[in-house]
Design a protein around this ligand. Structure first.
Ligand code: GTP
Ligand code: SPV
Ligand code: MN
Length: 597
């Protein structure tokens, strides 16, 4: 008798018609074979899927060039397909204004048409994997199908993949399904469809991270957030770090920043303050449950880092550079950087040292630095095992997760928003999260440049109506007897010449120190209309040049600018109509009156 997994795989093979089906066991030996296939057989746009990098300098690292139209997430082609149910109003309302929605049957018939025979001439890789430690009560067993060796290898780096997951699923129907095909990379036939009640993601036309590694944003955020709503937990776009103080005490903190706004850098921060050290638990996704002691506990469901390449250097993120060059986990992937054809080394803007000669750019063309084009794509990415990281926390694999004392919610704002602000209480903190905005980045294609509201950095990832999501946040905090303090951070404010006012990166430890001091009631704070800010003298600024004048600029709250901010927030929140919690509107009105607007 076929198991439910075997039956499902068979049905999908009937539709997609691969030449071969390969059940992956997750072994290193298999990874070698897949890389070999990517070097010798499989191609994208006539370019081999993998090219070996200089193994002396970049051991176990391989270069991948994507299809030129396939370089980032495509939010306009991403749908959350909730059904119309009498008990739940319409599917469209359940998905909310924050999601594209398609009626599930309509979405399936479109995807069936596009998927018919899409794997002809290719191999279908069956990838059994787990999000979360197999021993964790919060972990979920999943199976993804794909027709691309780059996706298969990436999943092996990012998730706990192996045949033991098939054994664990056994005869159960309870596994998360992901059907993925690169199709012919035609952006007009590219869709990322989510069916939350069926625990199913169906994606075609893209091999890019968030579009193709279906355990990541698709399951661990969009579908998991929906499960969290029903089951009383949170799936968040957050870093998890442990901050060790000079006396050895460890404080765990979560931080939500939108895509390409500094999570990975924060997760691997190299402290510039003696005695302080940051330990990495996660850099992108946190699943948060309330523990028996009434505190928040977070696990990272992933085991890999899928990070932004440009700007990564020994100066900004030495721990990441060490991870990328570590001769440890097999393999590491570098996608869409530039390539030095002489030395077979990758190169990107912001890398240490002089600009390499004889570069081809991310599209494979000779690169001339005088032309003003980027050699590496701004959203070029590396895929590397978290076990390569010298900052990996001892608690990384703890099935229960780590206890959380503070949550930072931030964005990239060159103007208006102070460096760090603490919420007055849980409700106010949640309001701070809902009103957070960020300038858009290269991590998603087709977005208008400028500020967009991105509550809790979840706008593209919340799998249901965000009005309900805000209510869920309020409820979860009330359910916890000891919820974390909420802060909002902005590393990106600039002066009148466009220079960053705050040095950022390793120096962010100074802000983390203040947060810990607040958590332990070691320092007071200054009340402002938008929240609590540090007193100048409470910030540890020794060793950097941050004058009182710069501090004033970093923390300035300009009433005229905030009038615009308030208008923008109101417009955004209004979209959610009656689903918007009244507590959030009460906080909004309170802020308005405090600002005398
Ligand atoms: P995703 O993987 O898309 O979720 O991105 P992320 O949030 O992990 O962002 P990441 O840490 O990769 O940083 C993205 C960009 O922000 C890089 O270009 C960094 O150089 C820049 N950045 C990160 N931290 C800081 C900081 O503290 N100050 C400044 N000025 N830039 C920063
Ligand atoms: C992000 O865009 O937030 C990422 C990369 O972490 S992706 O996996 O594509 O979502
Ligand atoms: Mn991310």
């Amino acid at each position: 008798m076929a198991t439910p997994v075997e039956k499902w795989v068979e049905e999908q093979a009937k539709l997609t018609k691969p030449d071969k089906i390969w059940w992956c066991d997750g072994s290193e030996e298999e990874a070698h074979k897949l890389i070999e296939i990517g070097i010798k057989e499989e191609k994208i746009n006539n370019v081999p899927i993998f090219q070996e990098l200089n193994q002396k300098i970049w051991p176990k690292a391989y270069y991948h060039r994507s299809h030129p139209t396939d370089v980032a997430r495509t939010e306009h082609l991403t749908y959350v397909c909730h059904p119309d149910l009498p008990s739940r109003q319409t599917g469209k309302d359940t998905a909310g204004p924050n999601n594209n929605w398609m009626e599930p049957n309509e979405a399936k018939s479109l995807m069936t048409k596009l998927s018919d025979g899409c794997m002809k001439g290719r191999t279908m890789y069956v990838l059994p994997y787990m999000m979360g430690n197999t021993d964790s009560p919060y972990a979920k067993a999943c199976v993804q199908l794909t027709d691309n060796s780059y996706v298969a290898i990436s999943m092996r780096i990012m998730t706990r993949m192996g045949k033991h997951i098939i054994e664990k699923i056994g005869n159960s129907e309870n596994f998360v399904k992901g059907l993925h095909s690169c199709g012919d990379f035609d952006p007009n036939k590219r869709f990322i469809m989510h069916f939350p009640d069926e625990h199913l993601v169906w994606s075609i036309g893209s091999g890019y991270g968030g579009n193709a590694l279906l355990g990541k944003k698709c399951f661990s955020l969009r579908i998991a957030s929906w499960l969290g709503l029903k089951e009383g937990w949170l799936a968040e776009h957050m870093v998890i770090i442990g901050i060790q103080c000079p006396n050895g005490d460890m404080t765990y903190v979560l931080a939500a920043f939108p895509s390409a706004c500094g999570k990975t850098n924060l997760a691997m921060l190299e402290s510039t303050l003696p005695g302080y050290k940051v330990w990495t638990v996660g850099d992108d996704i946190a699943w948060i449950n309330i523990g028996p002691d009434g505190r928040f506990y977070a696990i990272n469901p992933e085991i890999g880092l899928f990070g932004v390449v440009p700007g990564t250097s020994m100066k900004t993120n030495p721990n990441m550079m060490k991870s990328l060059k570590a001769d440890n986990f097999y393999p590491t992937l570098i996608t869409n950087s530039a390539l030095n054809t002489d030395t077979k080394e990758p190169w990107w803007e912001g890398l240490d040292g002089p600009v390499a000669k004889n570069l081809i750019d991310w599209q494979g063309n000779p690169w001339d630095s005088s032309e003003g084009t980027k050699a590496a794509h701004p959203n070029s990415r590396f895929t590397v095992s978290i076990y390569n990281s010298p900052t990996l926390s001892n608690e990384f694999d703890n099935p229960k997760g780590v206890p959380i004392s503070a949550i930072i919610i931030g964005g990239r704002r060159t103007q208006r928003i102070p460096l760090i602000v603490e919420g007055f209480n849980w409700e106010h903190g949640v309001f701070i999260g809902t009103r957070t905005g960020s300038e858009t980045t290269a991590a998603a294609t087709g977005l208008k440049a400028g500020v967009r509201r991105d509550p809790m950095a979840m706008l593209p990832f919340c799998g249901y109506n965000m009005g309900d999501y805000f209510q869920h946040w309020l409820n979860i905090g009330r359910k916890a007897s000891n919820p974390p303090k909420i802060f909002t951070a902005n590393w990106f404010r600039v002066d009148e010449n466009g220079n960053f006012l705050w040095p950022g990166f390793g120096e962010n430890i100074r802000i983390l120190k203040w947060i810990i001091d607040r958590v332990h009631n070691n320092v007071s704070a200054k009340e402002t209309p938008i929240g609590l800010i540090p007193n100048y003298e409470d910030l540890e600024l020794s060793g950097i040049n941050l004058t009182k004048e710069m501090y004033d600029k970093l923390f300035a709250i300009n009433i005229n600018e905030w009038k615009q901010e308030i208008d923008d927030i109101e417009k955004f929140l209004n979209q959610f109509g009656a689903r918007m919690p009244k507590e959030i509107w009460a906080e909004f009105k309170d802020l308005k009156s405090k600002l005398y607007i």
